[in-house]
Design a protein around this ligand. Structure first.
Ligand code: UDP
Length: 324
């Protein structure tokens, strides 16, 4: 297979690239390096089946030239992370909506199957859960910028669905839940790499709010296996899948776990949400997935333990050149 991975130099994208190359595909990583990094793909430099294209999904022409040459697209290029969305809302919206429109338009023109990465933010602040794919979305006011991410990804999902339904384009949508693993960085708010950095430096670990909010953290290695399996399963076409494990942890417990695994002397401090994200910010108390559909259709469970993933991330952070 010839595969295009948009966002291929990003955290999740670079792991997708690795897996596809390992199984013998030819892969082009398409990335504008806005949040991705050449560090994530530097080990692929001499691989003859790998190419890097430094461009943005907003450049429809450059994108189309790449789509014309492949059999499958994994569209992972997006503005991600609550911090980034709140800090740069306009650029984030344009990247997520226009970028996906461009990908789907080219995919349709060249009849190429496409995976669209969506997010658990889709469910918004609903108190119900674990969430099933068909559950209602509960969002705050559009004036609260956090919800613009959820809205942009909902537009992407609808576009993917309508291209499938009206035009017969094979699309698969995946909703990723707090994916974590090596190469993830904390600059854009992601909690686990932030806690690891803080713990390794012996600085206070910053728990936002009272830390009773919980999340389902899922190893990137599981996520990559799940989404490649879905792309090989014809039954998955036109559908949407939660991609996550079944375990949940509170942010307070997560902080304690990271400090313990890093053998750190760090303390934990609580920081009010308004201090970090500004007045009126809304956070979700609980965000857990029901991954039954993924497990039934792809025959795959995301069950790597959180401790194992955190240990790998600590090892990666210790070896990272940024720390030397
Ligand atoms: N969080 C935290 N300390 C940090 C960064 C994040 O307590 O330094 C919290 C954040 O408020 C949220 C959870 O950790 O409740 C997960 O945050 P993240 O941004 O990783 O993902 P989200 O689930 O919010 O998209």
């Amino acid at each position: 297979m010839r595969v295009l991975v948009t966002g291929g130099a990003g955290f999740i994208g670079s792991h997708v690239v690795d897996r596809l190359l390992q199984r013998g595909d030819s892969v082009t990583a398409f990335d504008d390096l806005s949040t991705g990094s050449l560090h994530n793909i530097r080990h692929l430099h001499d691989d003859p089946n790998f190419r890097f294209s430094n461009a943005t999904v907003l450049d429809a022409q450059a994108l189309d030239a790449e789509v014309a040459q492949v059999d499958v697209i994994y569209h992972l290029a997006a503005a991600v992370g609550v911090q980034l969305i709140v800090d740069r809302p306009l650029q984030s919206l344009i990247t997520n909506i226009k970028g996906t429109e461009n990908v789907l338009e080219s995919a349709q023109k060249h009849r190429v199957k496409v995976l669209i990465a969506s997010t658990s933010e889709i469910y918004g602040k609903s108190q119900n859960g674990p969430f099933k794919e068909e559950d209602d979305r509960v969002l705050g006011s559009p004036r609260k910028l956090r919800w613009s991410y959820s809205t942009s990804k909902a537009v992407d999902e609808i576009l993917a669905y309508v291209y499938y339904k009206e035009l017969g384009l094979p699309t698969v949508v995946v909703r990723l839940f707090n994916t974590i693993g090596p190469r993830q960085i904390g600059h854009y708010g992601m909690v686990v790499p932030r806690f690891i950095e803080q713990a390794l430096r012996g600085e206070p670990v910053t728990v936002y709010g009272d830390g009773s909010q919980s999340r389902s953290f899922t190893s990137v290695h599981d996520v990559v296996k799940a989404i490649t399996k879905l792309m090989e399963t014809p039954q998955a076409e036109g559908d949407v899948f939660n991609v996550a494990g079944r375990s949940e942890i509170t942010i307070r417990k997560l902080a304690e776990l990271v400090i313990e695994r890093a053998a750190s002397a760090s303390t934990i401090i609580n920081v009010p949400f308004e201090v970090v994200y500004g007045e009126g910010f809304e956070d979700m108390d609980r965000r857990a997935a029901d991954p039954s559909k993924l497990e039934a259709i792809a025959g795959f469970r995301c069950d790597t333990s959180l401790v194992e993933t955190i240990d790998k991330m600590i090892e990666f952070a210790r070896d990272s050149p940024r720390r030397q």
